[in-house]
Design a protein around this ligand. Structure first.
Ligand SMILES: [Zn+2]
Length: 222
């Protein structure tokens, strides 16, 4: 091995480094690969079907990476039992996960702590082509793929509103209700952000189905 070979190796280093980083970012940003697959699987299960309250929309092709192939406009979850205000634009998996969380966690908690079911929810955000927390230069938000929803409050049958702010630090029943449904969300969504997360999440729960690890099992819950 002579000096010439060594020089050639040194000359190749930048190419190897750039190539290596390119591979890293390929795996890190392989957004559409897993998103498209996850959406296909969800649609095939029939977990979400259009009805009077859930309308299939045309594909959304937003700026840059933003968009979703098969969005739904969800005016109400649980076949009309829980209206959303405003209606949320969500993908198939989010629509199904929201239904499950409402049916299996939110309704039982509402009965337990308030003696009444939830009949509506105030939505602060669903599909939106933007970065995380709307911060310039931040990573693209799951909202940009219709893979996230922000919920601020619930209306109970009878008309009472329960809101994350001030409920999270409110009376005993409200505190218990919000902590219970927050914990239950952590079992069904992959990102759950509430008042303990940061200053952006004092008045709403952010729920999404992001893929944080390659096996898709890691959950971020705060
Ligand atoms: Zn959010």
């Amino acid at each position: 091995m002579g000096w010439g070979f060594c020089k050639r190796l040194v000359a190749m280093l930048p190419i190897l480094l750039v190539g290596g980083c390119g591979m890293l970012s390929f795996f890190g940003d392989d957004e559409n690969g897993w998103r498209v697959q996850a959406e296909k699987r969800c649609l095939a299960t029939g977990a979400v079907r259009a009805n009077a309250y859930v309308q299939a929309l045309s594909p959304i092709n937003g700026r840059g990476a933003c968009g979703v192939g098969n969005p739904f406009l969800v005016q109400a979850s649980l076949r009309g039992d829980v209206w959303l205000d405003p209606g949320a634009t969500l993908d198939c998996n989010m629509t199904a996960a929201l239904d499950q969380w409402l049916a299996q966690a939110v309704q039982p908690a509402a009965y337990r702590h308030f003696g009444a079911p939830v009949i509506g929810a105030k939505v602060l955000g669903s599909y939106s082509c933007r970065s995380r927390n709307g911060q310039k230069g931040a990573k693209i938000s799951e909202h940009a793929f219709a893979n996230a929803i922000d919920i601020a409050s619930f209306m109970l049958a009878g008309g009472r509103w329960v809101s994350l702010k001030p409920g999270w630090r409110g009376d005993a029943d409200e505190q218990a209700f919000w902590r219970e449904i927050h914990a239950a969300a952590c079992e069904r969504f992959f990102t759950v952000l509430g008042p303990n997360a940061d200053s952006f999440h004092q008045d709403h729960l952010h729920l999404d189905l992001a893929r944080h690890s390659r096996d898709g099992k890691y959950r971020y819950c705060k």
